[in-house]
Design a protein around this ligand. Structure first.
Ligand code: SF4
Ligand code: SF4
Length: 305
């Protein structure tokens, strides 16, 4: 089973589009080990994603979870994988050595040239983060050259979209993912979208040239959408409520997706009592294509939600 562990709701950054609840909850060791047990309770493999807030504020918990799960993997013969999404500011060589040894995959939240538009430290001056994260990105790539850069594109970042993808590629990332920011703190206008179109076109030309030159560079969403179209599947990122990856809150509650954390209507259980199977089935039904989409011409290119 794959679980996303929200080790803390604290963060040393204060990004303008962040949707996390700002309250000082950290995961306890008791919840952590119960969540690890749950990950090993079903299927042939166990996967943990360390998440926050900023997960590196709780490095101690990450070390404990890795040791515990590696031991369980040895005892049960089940495969264990780990990954982490981090803002990178607290990465250090000791952590990277351990992460590399355990085969962890790290996603670095880094908006490239747009970094300082939205991603600021949570100090009184909301200091810029670009210089620190650039230095840490270089360190990360020394240890794990296959790491992925995760750029969030908010309206303020649109003018930097192409420049940022190119910068991240020049820095050494071979995998970049650009995700459009959404949520209650972000609002897009038609003018923003008009500006976004040429930025995506420039990026596509750049990636096409790299592809023709035979250089390996994976850029999501373009790659994934093209490959899904070739395979005849819906290229829209579909919702898999509670099926692929389930978040665990610091208090141990289980939800189908990070977007629904703290929404009682989506609570599916907790690490102590396990999952409520009826609730899991009922919530999975909500991710099916609704009747209202059945006759829509866009249904095979849309998330239908
Ligand atoms: S680094 Fe992540 S968790 Fe921290 S404020 Fe920014 S978006 Fe939120
Ligand atoms: S645009 Fe998408 S969500 Fe809207 S009716 Fe069509 S398929 Fe459904």
């Amino acid at each position: 089973m794959n679980l996303t562990l929200h080790l803390t709701e604290n963060c040393n950054m204060d990004c303008s589009y962040c949707i996390r609840e700002k309250c000082p909850r950290d995961m306890t060791e008791e919840v952590l080990f119960k969540a690890c047990d749950l990950a090993f309770s079903k299927g042939s493999r166990a996967g943990l994603c360390f998440f926050g807030g900023e997960p590196l504020l709780k490095k101690d918990l990450i070390y404990k979870a890795l040791d515990y799960c590696e031991e369980r993997s040895r005892l049960t013969g089940m495969r264990f994988d780990s990954k982490m999404t981090t803002n990178g500011s607290l990465l250090d060589e000791e952590f990277l050595r351990k992460a590399k040894e355990s085969g962890m995959v790290i996603g670095l939240s880094f908006d490239g040239k747009a970094q300082d538009c939205c991603r600021r430290f949570a100090d009184r001056d909301r200091s810029p983060t670009f210089d620190r994260v650039e230095e840490k990105a270089k360190l990360l790539l020394e240890y794990m050259p296959d790491s992925v850069a995760l750029a969030t594109i908010a309206p303020d970042a649109v003018p930097y979209y192409f420049e940022s993808v190119k910068y991240l590629h020049d820095l050494g990332f071979r995998r970049v993912s650009a995700v459009i920011a959404y949520g209650r703190k972000v609002s897009w206008t038609d003018d923003d979208l008009e500006l976004l179109r040429p930025q995506i076109e420039m990026t596509a030309e750049y990636i096409k040239d790299l592809f023709i030159a035979g250089e390996k560079f994976s850029f999501s969403p373009l790659d994934s959408k093209i490959s899904e179209c070739i395979a005849g599947r819906n290229p829209a990122e579909k919702c898999h409520l509670g099926v692929r990856q389930m978040p665990v809150t610091p208090g141990g509650e289980l939800y189908p997706c990070t977007s629904f954390i703290n929404d009682e209507d989506y609570l599916m259980g907790n690490v102590f009592d396990g999952l409520d199977d009826n609730k899991v089935r009922e919530i999975a039904m909500r991710a099916q294509v609704p009747e209202t989409c059945k006759d829509c011409d866009l249904r095979t290119r849309c998330t239908n939600s």
